[in-house]
Design a protein around this ligand. Structure first.
Ligand SMILES: C[S@@+](CC[C@H](N)C(=O)[O-])C[C@H]1O[C@@H](n2cnc3c(N)ncnc32)[C@H](O)[C@@H]1O
Length: 266
């Protein structure tokens, strides 16, 4: 595992370093196995995000989760298994949970589709979350097939830096707004600023073109704080819980769109 905790250090070992400009590493889970994040996420998380009875979709059946930037799907599948709550608790979600993973890299999605052990309940689609029209058509189509307009939970782990470096400040904020508009709960892992510097340094070392926006980024420093402030002030979300730090020293933050539900203990 890369000692610094920066995705970009994986570039050293990737076969095609230049091809990972969006964090689309082909061997990501060799270095950052799903367990690194899963051990921090409570198995009971879905009890908290499941549709409330008496609400818009009181079918008591389906829980919809979106995983943005799912890479080859290893964490998506592991998360699916992780969230199948123990039968003895009486709130087992098997068959109720439907998970959609998306990623801009079509080859990674192909790998995810081919190795998907639960094709009836987990789907993978190629999708660039920064492309407004395709993103809307695809996700609305998926939600519509369940008669829904939002996901119960959106998971976006280790993606923000890549959108920020490749598309700039406005795109980072747009991503956060978009995620917030898509779901009731958002589980977010942002890369710290030191990883941005590593990513830019690595590109230079490899003789590749700089990230187009790195030098002009105004949003820098404490990235988790910036994301939290923006989501709370501009997107009507509340930080509900911080699940602690990963082995790469990053926090997993859970936000809720529901007003008045902040600061619950999970
Ligand atoms: C470092 S990996 C993280 C994978 C996974 N979320 C995890 O934490 O295990 C970042 C992923 O985000 C994807 N990605 C980057 N920009 C994206 C975008 N605009 N739309 C969709 N996926 C994107 C990359 O292709 C890559 O697979």
């Amino acid at each position: 595992m890369a000692a610094s905790g920066c995705d970009v250090d994986l570039l050293e070992t990737a076969r095609e370093p230049g091809a990972a400009r969006h964090g689309n590493f082909i061997n990501y889970y060799t270095f950052n196995p799903p367990e690194n994040r899963l051990r921090l996420i409570p198995r009971t998380l879905l009890q908290d995000v499941a549709p409330p009875h008496g609400g818009e979709h009181d079918d008591g059946e389906v829980v919809l989760v979106l995983d943005v930037g799912c890479n080859s799907g290893d964490l998506t599948v592991a998360l699916y298994k992780h969230l199948q709550v123990d039968r003895s608790s009486g709130s087992e979600t098997h068959g109720r949970l439907h998970l959609l993973g998306c990623d801009l890299d079509e080859d990674l999605i192909l790998r995810a589709v081919r190795s998907n052990p639960f094709p009836e309940t987990i789907s993978f689609i190629p999708l660039d979350i920064t492309q407004d029209s395709t993103f809307r058509t695809q996700l609305e189509g998926y939600l519509g097939s369940f008669g829904r307009s939002t996901f119960d939970l959106c998971v976006c782990l280790a993606v923000t830096m890549w959108v920020h470096l490749n598309h700039g400040d406005a795109a980072l904020l747009e991503l956060l707004s978009r995620l917030a508009s898509l779901c009731h709960r958002l589980l977010l892992e942002v890369q710290p600023w030191k990883c941005y510097r590593s990513a830019a340094r690595r590109m230079r070392k490899l003789g590749r073109q700089d990230f187009e926006h790195f030098r002009e980024l105004k949003i820098q420093g404490d990235m988790a704080k910036h994301a939290t402030q923006y989501l709370e002030k501009q997107c009507g979300m509340k930080l509900v819980c911080c699940f602690g730090s990963t082995t790469w020293d990053r926090t997993l933050l859970l936000f809720s769109r529901d007003k008045g539900e902040g600061q619950r203990h999970l």
